[in-house]
Design a protein around this ligand. Sequence first.
Ligand code: NCD
Length: 304
Amino acid sequence: MQFVKDLISIRDLEKKHIDLILKKSSQMEQALKTGKQLNSLKGKVVATLFFEPSTRTRLSFQSAAMRLGAKVLSFEDIGASSIVKGETFSDTIRMVDGYSDLIIIRHSKEGSARYAAQLAEHPVINGGDGGNQHPTQTLLDLYTIKRAKKKIEGLNVTLLGDLKHARTMRSLLYGLAMYGANVELVAPKGLEMNREVIEEVKKKFNANVKEKSTIELSNTDVLYLCRIQKERFSDQYEAEKVQKEFRITGETIKGAKGDMIILHPLPKVDEVAPEVDSSKHAYYFEQAKMGIPVRMAIMDTMVV
Ligand code: NCD
């Protein structure tokens, strides 16, 4: 079952494809729980090319590939690759395409994953391209929400943080809109979600998206936070200033519904106070675990 050659943007998938991936993710989670051996990627080589830092995405892709029986190729450190000798991005992709059956790529430039997919004969999965897209994070976010809340449609979801630069938020807004969630966007001044992205989901899905300047959580079912993406600021001082002003504490979540869950793609920096970490609402470590079954499901559908 292969719906697309490459997974570069969440827009590449139709809802029926996402439904199948979510269903398969649940089967993968079950298989992991029962210790069932899986081997749908046996004899395959998966390459993880991360030109930007990563902990969860790279490790969970590698772990997921190994759990499906694949072998994994990777350069952990760009400094140790021929990039430092001046090898071009396109040459690197062409080489790795010859060494592997599937490429997972992360790069700071928007559009780099799409370009890699045009160069490679094998499937390419985007593990994050600049501030643009992070489709596999969205799939694991949707899976986590559905698993916790039994549905996505009609939920009130608040997206909070650096909505201007966070690729996780851009992808997720699209996914939530596709599934009919009601979305509230709250961002520090100057870090609001790109207008075109909001207009697109309103037009395509008739999505209920509201922009707010203050945090009001009394109706929220899912609060999704992200850090200030300081590496995408031209002025580091500005990034640090916003970071200091932006923090979720026990006070912020006081009036929230008892069953509200808090998600975060991680890493978190200063935006979450320790008392939130230990509250019943914190669900992000559970969310991070879902990276394995969901990425297993994704790769299983993409490698033929
Ligand atoms: C995110 C990313 O890289 O976009 N991390 C992740 O993949 N879990 C979020 C972030 O860096 O803030």
